[in-house]
Design a protein around this ligand. Sequence first.
Ligand code: HEC
Length: 125
Amino acid sequence: MKRAIILIVSAVVLMILIDSCYRDKVDALYPLAGYASPCDSASTYNLSIKYIMTYNCTSCHNANNPFAGVALDTYSSVVQQAKNGNLMGTILSQPGHSSMPPGGAQLSSCQIDKLNQWINAQEPQ
Ligand code: HEC
């Protein structure tokens, strides 16, 4: 009987421990969890811009593998590309820029609006 109780208590403690580890990593495992649509979120880095980048850009532009030397996976790296004009230059396929994402599919007008609002508001975090 005592043994059974100890077993059950240990199992519960183990489940709680495993569960809390899992929760710690939710952000890393599911970076897009909680993200509905850029049209529904405020134009801040954490509420929308980060997700637009994650959906469309960071597979090729991240710190470990920055295509063309461009990383877009942190606040400061996106601000840098916004300020030097390359972010919107590539997204809007402006002269002198490659079109991004490559392959011809432009970001939605909603996402482009969010990015413009963000830049006009001095890139709020
Ligand atoms: C499939 C991979 C891939 C994805 C996704 C991608 N890029 Fe690129 N990007 C590249 C490559 C390759 C280059 C370098 C060659 C070139 O310029 O065409 C580049 C170059 C760039 C440059 C520097 C060149 C310039 O004209 O200023 C910027 C800025 C850039 N990308 C931004 C973005 C943005 C913003 C997104 C998301 C909307 C994005 N990229 C998505 C592969 C990618």
